[in-house]
Design a binder for this molecule. Structure first.
Ligand SMILES: Cc1cc2nc3c(=O)[nH]c(=O)nc-3n(C[C@H](O)[C@H](O)[C@H](O)COP(=O)(O)OP(=O)(O)OC[C@H]3O[C@@H](n4cnc5c(N)ncnc54)[C@H](O)[C@@H]3O)c2cc1C
Length: 410
């Protein structure tokens, strides 16, 4: 390693964890952390939950405050966009003309909300949620009696719906798919979540696309494919996020549903790594199939892993994916990935429901649960079973009298 040091682009969850880990691993050279946002790295999960519910104006929950970055001797360049990578000169060029030389570079550029695009539609004033500033703007609108239209019944749309309802808004969730949480959860679990939302007073319009949008003074008028027009004074769009790949693509790095990384999280340039929401990587547990994950723990773990890889470690990244969501008093947790599952077994106990996803050979691929926080224990054991690629009897998985832990010995 020479004096060029380590450079991280993206001062979010992944970037901050990577910077910390480089020091923890004993790297004493220069570390530069370049971030588009002016805030020090902060947690995004509270943005759709606690930040929207806060009585007083909230402050971010920081991953690493400015003082902490100082203690770590991290050169944090805030409010600055990296616009180009000169791979032959090993330098990242910033918007303001500066060039930051690197020995090894980590791209931790995250993802950006997908926008609704429709010819002739007036979507001015529509809000989305990714940054702390977005959360503040949405929170301002969540006053009792406001009529909130939310486009998208994925995790973020539903978390915002729950928060808006808890703040006394009238909420309608619009979803083009036939049910909520279509991409991420099995129907049994989604049905429990939907029922909880309906009980809280949320209205759903499912299975109907949006064909137009107009402004009528302060109101948004959203025209649905079935001809109905819904009006709201607040429009929030939560239709997923696209990986931030422009910088990587422009510099000729391979892109494949995100910045394409290998199992160590190295990109197609061995001195450049990618981690977190912006990258896809092959997962050993799923036959080397390539995934891109948008989940808090993945951002933490990949930040840590990428830091070690930057320092020369060769271990593959193979953590079992894990995701959680909180809506009202419900906790949702998913371990593993169910894409290749051919069957499910459902366990119900103490108000918790867990759906286990298995492949044709009976191997446990994923577990999706909903219920009380006590669910976490069983999901944790499921993670261990998934990591071991355990082949399990579905009858035992479904039987609440069989302790999941006992299956670890099978
Ligand atoms: C509202 C919300 C709620 C969530 N809730 C949950 C949850 O309950 N459970 C869960 O598991 N996960 C949740 N997540 C997902 C989790 O927060 C993300 O997976 C995680 O933040 C990803 O971290 P990251 O560092 O990869 O990306 P980010 O946190 O997006 O950080 C990337 C940073 O890079 C910056 N950047 C991008 N391009 C450049 C550039 N060219 N130059 C400089 N800087 C750049 C961006 O501005 C950004 O600050 C939630 C996400 C959101 C948005």
């Amino acid at each position: 390693m020479n004096a060029f040091g380590m450079v991280i682009v993206g001062a979010g969850e992944t970037g901050a964890r990577a910077a910390e880990q480089l020091r923890e691993q004993g790297w004493t050279g220069k570390i530069t952390l370049v971030g588009k946002e002016k805030e020090a790295p902060y947690e995004r999960p509270p943005l759709s939950k606690a930040a929207l519910l806060a009585e007083e104006t909230p402050t971010p929950v920081y991953v690493a405050r400015e003082e902490r970055l100082g203690e770590l001797n991290v050169d944090w360049i805030a409010g600055s966009v990296a616009v180009r990578i000169d791979r032959s000169a090993h330098a990242v060029h910033l918007e303001d003309g500066r060039a930051v030389p690197y020995e090894r570079l980590l791209l931790a550029t995250g993802a950006s909300p997908r926008r609704l695009a429709m010819e002739g539609a007036d979507l001015s004033g529509a809000l989305c949620l990714r940054t702390f500033a977005d959360a503040l703007a949405i929170r301002e609108r969540l006053v009792p009696g406001n009529r909130v239209l939310i486009v998208g019944a994925g995790f973020i749309g539903l978390e915002v719906a729950a928060s808006a309802r808890e703040r006394g808004c009238e909420v309608t969730v619009l979803e083009v798919g036939p049910r909520i949480l279509m991409r991420v959860l099995p129907p049994e679990i989604a049905a429990i979540v939907e029922e909880r939302h309906r009980r809280a007073g949320i209205a759903f319009k499912l299975g109907t696309g949006i064909v137009g949008a107009a402004r009528e003074g302060a109101w948004h008028a959203i025209k649905l494919a079935d001809g109905e027009v819904l009006r709201g004074d607040t429009l929030i769009v939560g239709i997923g996020a696209a990986p931030e790949t422009a910088l990587a693509a422009e510099s000729g790095l391979a892109i494949d549903n995100g910045i394409a990384a290998d199992e160590r999280l190295a990109t197609s340039d061995p001195d450049i790594f990618a981690a977190g929401d912006c990258c896809s990587f092959p997962h050993r547990l799923y036959g080397g199939r390539r995934f891109r994950l948008e989940a808090w723990r993945n951002a933490v773990d990949q930040g840590i892993h990428a830091a070690k890889s930057m320092l020369g470690e060769t271990a593959p990244y193979e953590a079992v994916p894990w995701f959680w969501s909180d809506q009202y008093d419900l906790t949702l947790q998913v371990a593993g990935l169910s894409h290749d599952a051919t069957s499910t077994a459902t366990r119900q106990s103490a108000g918790n429901t867990i759906v286990f996803h298995q492949d044709g050979a009976g191997r446990l691929l994923a577990a999706s649960g909903v219920g009380a926080p006590s669910l976490a224990k069983d999901i944790r054991v499921s993670e261990m079973l998934i990591a071991r690629q355990a082949v399990l009897d579905p009858a035992k998985l479904a039987d609440p009298d069989v302790k999941l832990k006992s299956l670890l010995a099978d």
